[in-house]
Design a protein around this ligand. Structure first.
Ligand code: HEC
Length: 512
C-alpha cells in the first residue's frame, strides 16, 4: 500500500508542470487568454510579472484582489495546485508569441475623433494641467494645476508605466501600459480617442517633438514599433538586434527634439540607436536596421522608412540622461559603478564618470551652478546624490541623503531640487537641495510612516506636488518656496504626475 503510494508520487512529480498548464486552461484562460497574453485580466508571462514577487502572485491566486474581477481560488484549489499555477505563470511560454503588423493592427481601435475646439471644455490653463497616474485602481486623474482640482478621472489600462507623453500643443496625452497598450486621450475633454497594443511587454513610449510619430520600446517581442501619432496605426516594426543578429530587449526610448530623432537604449547588446524622423534624413543615418516582418534572415537591408544609426558602445549601457542640446548621452554601465558619456555627433565614448551605487540617470536633472552646467542623479543603491560638472565630467559633490532615492525634480524658476529617499528605511521623507549651495536645506515628512515619492513642479515652479504612494494615498501640494503644505487630495496609489508645460518645453528640471 505504502509503496504503491510512493510510486504514484514519483510518477506524478514530472507531471507537475503539465498540471499547471491544465489547471491554467481550466480556471484562468478565460480571463488571462489561452496564450497568457491577457484578455479581461492582465498578461501572465514572466516578463510582465517581473515586478510582482512569486509569493505575492501565489497570494493573489489564492485570495484574489479586492474590488476587481480577480477572485481568490483558495477554496477551489489546494496549496499544491496554486503552487503549480504560480510556477506555470512564471515560466516562459514554449515559443515567443508573434506580434507583427497583423496582430498589432487587429488590436487597434479609434474610439472618437477629437472634437473641434480651440480651448479645453473647462476653464483651466491647458498648459498647467497634470496627468496623474493612479496605479492603485488603474485610473488617471487630470488635475488643474492652478486650482489644484481634478477636472477629469478615467479608467486606464492595467499597470501604466514609463510616463505620460504629450503632443506638442499639450492637448493629447499618450500612455503606455506594461502589457503593451498605447492609449491616446484628449486632455481637453477627458475622452479616450484611440488604443492599440503595440507589444506584449512594453518599456515605454516616446512622442516625436513634431507630433507625428510615437516610438514604442518592447521587451516582448524584441521590437521597436513606430506608430502614427494621429490614429495609432503601426507604420514600422523594427527587429531590435545587434550587428550579428543577436536579439536585444529595448530598455527605453527617448525623444531628442534638436536632432529630430528617437534615441533607443538596448538592454542586451553594446549599442544605442538613433532613429531619425526628419524628412529626407541626413545620409549620416545609414538605414541598416529594418522591418520586423521581413525578419533578420534577409540581412541588414537599407529599407526602413526610418533610417537608423547604430552607435557602437564598449559595453551595454542603460538608463540614459541627455544634456539639453542633445549633444551627449550619459548612460549607466552595468556594473553599477560608473557612467559613460557618449558624444552623439561622433558616436564615440568621450568620458567615464565615477558613479558608484547604481545611478538612476533616467531621473537626473540639470541646472547651472557657478556658471557651469551640472547634472545631478540619485542612486538606487546608495544614500547619495551625485552632482557632476558637465564640462569636465568630474563629480563636484556626493551629497549624502537619508537613503537611496528614485526620483529627482527641479524647475527653472525654483532654486531647489527635490528628491525622495523611498528606497531606504526613511521612505516617508522628501529632501530639498539648495542648487546654489549644494546643501540639503529641508527634510519633509509629509505623512510619517507612509511612502513619499515622485515630486513634480507646476508650470510656474511655484508648487511642488508629492505622492503618498499607498493604496489609499494622497497627492500633496507644497508651496515650493516656503515648503508649507497647501492642499492634499486623496488618490489611489498615485505614482507619476506629469505637468504639460514642463514636459512639452523639455524643462531641465524633469526627465523626458
Ligand atoms: C474572471 C476573470 C479572471 C479569472 C478567471 C482569473 N483572473 Fe487573474 N486577474 C483578473 C483580473 C481582472 C486581474 C487584475 C486585478 C487588478 O486590477 O489588480 C487579475 C490579476 C491576476 C494576477 C496579478 C497580476 C499582476 O500583474 O498584478 C495574477 C497572478 C492572476 N490574476 C492569476 C490568475 C490565475 C493563476 C488564475 C486561474 C487560477 C486567474 N488569475 C483567474 C481576472 C481573472
Amino acid at each position: 500500500m505504502k509503496r504503491a503510494f510512493a510510486l504514484a508520487m514519483l510518477l506524478a512529480a514530472p507531471a507537475f508542470a503539465a498540471d499547471g498548464d491544465r489547471l491554467y486552461t481550466e480556471h484562468c484562460a478565460a480571463c488571462h487568454g489561452a496564450d497568457r497574453l491577457g484578455a479581461i485580466g492582465p498578461a501572465l508571462l514572466p516578463e510582465n510579472l517581473g515586478r510582482l514577487k512569486k509569493a505575492e502572485a501565489a497570494r493573489v491566486i489564492a485570495e484574489g484582489r479586492a474590488a476587481t474581477r480577480m477572485d481568490g481560488f483558495g477554496a477551489k484549489l489546494n496549496a499544491e495546485q496554486i503552487a503549480a499555477l504560480t510556477d506555470y505563470v512564471f515560466s516562459p511560454p514554449a515559443a515567443v508569441p508573434d506580434w507583427g503588423m497583423a496582430e498589432i493592427e487587429a488590436t487597434r481601435t479609434v474610439h472618437a475623433e477629437p472634437a473641434k475646439l480651440d480651448r479645453p471644455a473647462f476653464t483651466a490653463d491647458p498648459l498647467n494641467l497634470f496627468t496623474v497616474v493612479e496605479t492603485g485602481d488603474h485610473h488617471v486623474t487630470i488635475l488643474d494645476g492652478d486650482r489644484m482640482e481634478p477636472v477629469a478621472r478615467f479608467a486606464s489600462r492595467f499597470a501604466l508605466h514609463g510616463g505620460a507623453k504629450y503632443s506638442p500643443d499639450g492637448r493629447f496625452v499618450y500612455l503606455a501600459s506594461r502589457d503593451g497598450w498605447v492609449s491616446k486621450y484628449d486632455m481637453w475633454t477627458g475622452t479616450l480617442l484611440a488604443e492599440v497594443r503595440a507589444g506584449i511587454n512594453t518599456r515605454n513610449v516616446a512622442a516625436s517633438h513634431d507630433g507625428r510619430y510615437l516610438a514604442v520600446g518592447n521587451v516582448l517581442p524584441n521590437t521597436l514599433v513606430i506608430l502614427d501619432a494621429v490614429d495609432l496605426h503601426p507604420m514600422d516594426i523594427i527587429a531590435v538586434a545587434g550587428e550579428k543578429g543577436e536579439r536585444s530587449r529595448v530598455s527605453a526610448v527617448y525623444t531628442a527634439p534638436p536632432r529630430s530623432s528617437f534615441m533607443v537604449a538596448l538592454k542586451d547588446v553594446p549599442e544605442m540607436w538613433e532613429l531619425t524622423y526628419k524628412d529626407g534624413a541626413d545620409p549620416v543615418y545609414r538605414g541598416f536596421v529594418h522591418n520586423y516582418e521581413a525578419g533578420m534572415a534577409e540581412g541588414l537591408a537599407d529599407n526602413s522608412r526610418f533610417p537608423i544609426r547604430r552607435i557602437r558602445l564598449s559595453e551595454p549601457l542603460d538608463d540614459f540622461f541627455f544634456d539639453l542640446p542633445y549633444r551627449n548621452a550619459i548612460g549607466a554601465a552595468r556594473d553599477g559603478k560608473s557612467g559613460r558619456v557618449v558624444n552623439l555627433t561622433t558616436g564615440r565614448e568621450i568620458a567615464t564618470i565615477d558613479l558608484p551605487g547604481m545611478p538612476h540617470l533616467g531621473s537626473g536633472i540639470t541646472w547651472t551652478y557657478q556658471g557651469r552646467p551640472v547634472m545631478a542623479s540619485p542612486h538606487l543603491k546608495e544614500a547619495v546624490v551625485s552632482i557632476i560638472d558637465m564640462t569636465t565630467w568630474k563629480t563636484i559633490k556626493r551629497l549624502p541623503t537619508l537613503g537611496p532615492g528614485f526620483f529627482m525634480r527641479g524647475h527653472e524658476r525654483s532654486p531647489y531640487a527635490w528628491i525622495d529617499v523611498s528606497l531606504g528605511k526613511d521612505k516617508d521623507a522628501i529632501q530639498i537641495i539648495d542648487t546654489t549651495t549644494l546643501e540639503i536645506v529641508k527634510t519633509l515628512r509629509p505623512r510619517p510612516g507612509r511612502t513619499a515619492a515622485h515630486v513634480e513642479f507646476s508650470r510656474d515652479g511655484r508648487f511642488a506636488l508629492v505622492s503618498i504612494m499607498e493604496d489609499q494615498g494622497e497627492l500633496i501640494v507644497y508651496d515650493a518656496a516656503s515648503f508649507e503644505e497647501i492642499k492634499a487630495l486623496p488618490m489611489r496609489r498615485p505614482s507619476g504626475k506629469y505637468n504639460v508645460f514642463n514636459k512639452i518645453t523639455y524643462s531641465s528640471g524633469t526627465s523626458h
